[in-house]
Design a protein around this ligand. Structure first.
Ligand code: XMP
Length: 514
């Protein structure tokens, strides 16, 4: 999607860093519009996008590897300010005259003391002694002609370098992560001072531009929006409603894997807003029958993804012809489903699980954004707070919270426990959680209830804090609240005799349980 103001777009070239999206997000936090593009984008296409500046991301490769991603050396002659980060910095040194990269025998990882040698340009305002976050093997040995060394660490004599006259700079460390305390200051200096960005972009400009670009793309064709009632699809629907109003139909598909009473809430929220452009379908039978006997988590996701689209095709056919289908896919969904250079962690139903022969064209207007950016967008679009602040709920729903076979009974067990957990957290006024839910394990253990022996399943409680859902920490819920949740679950939910609290961060775990 193009930026509203062509002067102010910064492109982030993705060389496969897990955290490349953080760079784009930090740039937007500094009020400059930014987008991620594949590292292999040809030079003429990059130039045609008229970026105000370019950032070369990090990545897992070595510039010496066969097939390592690279850039056209002419990019550095194009007069565009460029910042190279980690692998991006090594690429600059490797591709520009005079520069050299030394293959690393010793990895430098984690927090490192950073000594500033030249407190100007990129490092303007940065204290002489600070710290930075490193994660690299190779390192820059010699800076390209015209560059000067700005900072060093114990193991990298070129930790930062710049050629101020040409607006080119490189850092061996990661300014985008919180562990580089002066990172935002450095990015600000690059964007505002070296690249001359004015820093006037805000989410309102995103709405204007997204509306204009959706109108252009959709034309007079009809679009079907898969509305789940979660924040992502609700914001997508409202954005489309604003852009193309009458051509939009929102279909809410109850797959029987929602939270307790959720289907009724979604209908009550969107029915009145969208009138006859809101269609609710009860498809629980379609999904649960196909999931019978399936225990493998990836298989469940693929079945759900396929069933979703088949049911959509079947039901939408009853409503006439549609050309497009809209999804509320966010950047973390894209990155975790595996781009060209990143590993597939999970197949998210709304990205990787769709069949190839799908007859709709996809529209994903939130694809470049993070969850908290989508919330800001939702408020901008006038969505009610209770929708904007709703905790995320995955597309495959309870299927990724019922470990093992998904039967109607096991779904009901997890739903009841989940409702108790949500209820008690709300009563206790616990705030600051990003996501919280109950999952059902597929094991049994012995317990004692009344005077009798039980042999039942445990419920796992999960509550995390996170900003972007790429990393997360388990939440320190007060013990007395956990205790109330546990008591109520074992007393009120049949078939459960233990309650466990998950105290694992992401990574190494994920947020969901499947
Ligand atoms: P994980 O479990 O991968 O979850 O740490 C990260 C975030 O993504 C949500 N999630 C999904 N969302 N479709 C979605 O729309 C999916 O298939 C899916 N799987 C996980 C999860 O709830 C968390 O917010």
């Amino acid at each position: 999607m193009d930026s509203p103001d062509r002067e102010e777009k910064v492109l982030v070239l993705d060389f496969g860093a897990q955290y490349v999206q953080l760079i784009a997000r930090r740039v937007r936090e500094l009020n400059v519009y930014s987008e991620i593009v594949p590292g292999a984008t040809p030079l003429d296409e990059l130039l045609a996008m008229q970026p105000k500046a370019i950032i070369l991301s990090g990545g897992p490769s070595s510039v010496y590897e066969d097939g390592a991603p690279t850039v056209d050396a002419e990019l550095f002659q194009a007069g565009i300010p460029i910042l190279g980060i980690c692998y991006g910095c090594q690429l600059m040194a490797h591709r520009m005259p005079g520069g050299a990269v030394e293959p690393g025998d010793k990895r430098e990882f984690g927090r490192q003391a950073l000594t500033v040698d030249e407190p100007d340009t990129l490092l303007h305002g940065v204290p002489a002694a600070t710290s930075c976050w490193m994660s690299h093997g190779d390192r820059v040995q010699t800076v390209p002609d015209g560059f000067e060394v700005l900072a060093h660490t114990e193991h990298s004599h070129v930790a930062a370098m710049a050629d101020a006259d040409r607006g080119l700079a490189g850092v061996q460390f990661h300014p985008e992560v919180q562990h580089t305390p002066e990172g935002m200051q450095m990015l600000r200096s690059f964007l505002h001072d070296m690249a001359g960005c004015s820093g006037t972009w805000e989410m309102g400009s995103f709405v204007d531009h997204a509306v204009a670009s959706l109108r252009e793309r959709v034309g007079d064709k009809r679009i079907l929006c898969a509305l789940s009632g979660g924040v992502d699809s609700s914001v997508t629907a409202m954005l489309l409603d604003r852009a193309i109003g009458d051509q939009l139909t929102c279909m809410f598909l109850d797959h029987g894997l929602l939270r307790l009473d959720e289907a009724e809430q979604v209908k009550a929220t969107f029915g009145p807003r969208l009138g006859d452009r809101f269609v609710a379908i009860d498809a629980s039978e379609d999904f649960l029958s196909k999931l019978a006997g399936v225990t493998d988590p990836e298989e469940k996701r693929v079945i759900i993804g396929n069933t979703f689209i088949r049911v959509f095709e079947r039901e939408s056919a009853k409503l006439g012809e549609f050309h497009f289908i809209a999804h509320g896919t966010l950047y973390p969904d894209v990155i975790e489903s595996g781009g060209d250079n990143t590993a597939t962690i999970k197949t998210h139903h709304n990205v990787g699980g769709l069949p190839d022969d799908m007859k709709y064209e996809n529209v994903e207007p939130l694809r470049q954004l993070f969850k908290d950016e989508v919330r800001t967008l939702g408020l901008e679009l006038g969505l009610p707070e209770e929708i904007v602040w709703r905790q995320p709920f995955p597309g495959p729903g309870m299927a990724v919270r019922v470990i093992g076979e998904v039967t109607p009974e096991r779904v009901a067990t997890a739903q009841q426990a989940d409702a108790i957990m949500r209820d008690e957290l709300e009563r206790a006024g616990v705030t600051g959680l990003a996501q919280w839910f109950a999952a059902l394990a597929d094991m049994r253990s012995v317990g004692v209830m009344g005077d009798g022996r039980t042999y039942e399943q445990p419920i796992i409680l999960r509550a995390v804090t996170t900003e972007d859902f790429m990393t997360a920490d388990w939440a320190a819920i007060p013990h007395e609240v956990l205790s109330r949740i546990s008591n109520r679950i074992v007393n009120e939910v049949r078939g459960v005799n233990r309650v466990l609290y998950d105290i694992t961060s992401k990574p190494p775990a994920t947020i969901e349980w499947e």
